[in-house]
Design a protein around this ligand. Structure first.
Ligand SMILES: [Zn+2]
Ligand SMILES: [Zn+2]
Length: 337
């Protein structure tokens, strides 16, 4: 999605790009061969990662080559036309990329994983995925990495119960540990990341709700989400640029929708819900609700004997696309109650 977005005129694509690779587990490298900007001659990439004791020198370069070796991928490395430079970093390293200061720290994860702190003139972003609490030295290291972050992206794969029992030692964390860490280090916004592949949207939503009960500014990361730092001193906002739409069943219900706009104003409007499933709906609205804010949807449904009955649903805004008509947005909602 990022690669495709860069290809659009307003996509923010850059000729020189720096990519930090935390470790070599499949879920962190599998997208690389599919990242289309790597095939454009004019692009230049700088990759940062650590020397794995299992791979030795040029670990990441080897990973690239192994992934693209035949018969795992239709083209080999020679098709990757962009300039690529590989730099080895170690936990504790600090270096500068233009006006940004980067710090890498080891995290508690099988075969090692690096967390990255990126201090920019607009604010500090900390990316600390794949870490498990419980190792005092590495816990301290994570706290130092995350100190005062404007945005702290932390592992939230498991529920607190799983983390204490069946998933102990798997190298991951929970929303509760994330909230604790964010509080301890004074992070402003927490992003729950690395959702369990077995978690349904509904489960991720429940995790998000619990985290929000205990910390002011929390988001659950989702594909395509863009978070901006350094704008007007307001709270950090996340949004979803236009993205592919999914196929849903057609239906039509008149509905009243109540929610909060991006600007923080309450709104109420009437609309027709055309697209609904048990889990959620796609609703066309004139107001632009805030991403991940709560919506109340009251729908009129045809009851027995043609009598109208109404159904009250509560949900969260999970995506916002441009609507079919001008001035309208297509708002994706996941129902929670
Ligand atoms: Zn991992
Ligand atoms: Zn992972």
């Amino acid at each position: 999605m990022l690669g495709n977005r860069w290809a659009t005129p307003s996509g923010g694509g850059n000729h020189e790009t720096h990519i930090f690779v935390t470790h070599y587990h499949w879920d962190h490298i599998q997208g690389i061969p599919f990242f289309s900007p790597l095939y454009a001659e004019n692009n230049e990439f700088h990759f940062y990662s650590f020397r794995s004791k299992f791979l030795g020198r040029d670990s990441l370069k080897q990973v690239f080559e192994a992934q693209m070796a035949l018969p795992y991928f239709p083209v080999d490395m020679s098709a990757m036309n962009a300039k690529r430079k590989f730099k080895e970093v170690d936990g504790g390293d600090t270096f500068k990329i233009r006006e940004n200061k980067i710090t890498a720290r080891w995290l508690n994860h099988p075969q090692g994983c690096l967390g990255f702190r990126i201090e920019t003139p607009a604010g500090t972003v900390v990316y600390a995925t794949d870490n498990e609490p419980g190792d005092p030295k590495l816990d301290e290291s994570l706290r130092e990495l995350a100190e005062g972050a404007d945005i702290l992206v932390n592992d939230a794969q498991f529920t607190p119960e799983q983390l204490n029992t069946t998933r102990k030692g798997w190298g991951h964390s929970s929303w509760q540990e994330g909230v604790r860490l964010a509080r301890e280090v004074g992070a402003k916004t927490l992003v729950l990341f690395h959702h369990d592949p077995d978690s349904t949207d509904r489960m991720v939503d429940s995790i998000l709700r619990q985290a929000r009960d205990e910390f002011d500014s929390v988001f659950a990361a989702s594909e395509g989400m863009v978070i901006t730092v350094g704008e007007t001193g307001d709270n950090v906002q996340a949004h979803m640029p236009g993205m592919r739409t999914t196929l849903r069943r057609e239906a039509q219900f008149r509905a009243k929708v109540t929610g909060v706009t991006e600007g923080g104003k309450e709104f109420q409007e009437e609309t027709v819900v055309r697209d609904i499933s048990l889990q959620g709906a796609l609703i066309s609205l004139q107001n632009m609700p805030r991403l991940q804010s709560e919506l109340q949807v009251t729908m009129e449904t045809p009851g027995e004997d043609g009598l109208q009955s109404s159904m009250q649903l509560k949900g969260y805004v999970v995506r916002i696309d441009a609507g079919a008509e001008k001035g309208q947005s297509a708002v994706g909602v996941v129902f929670t109650d």
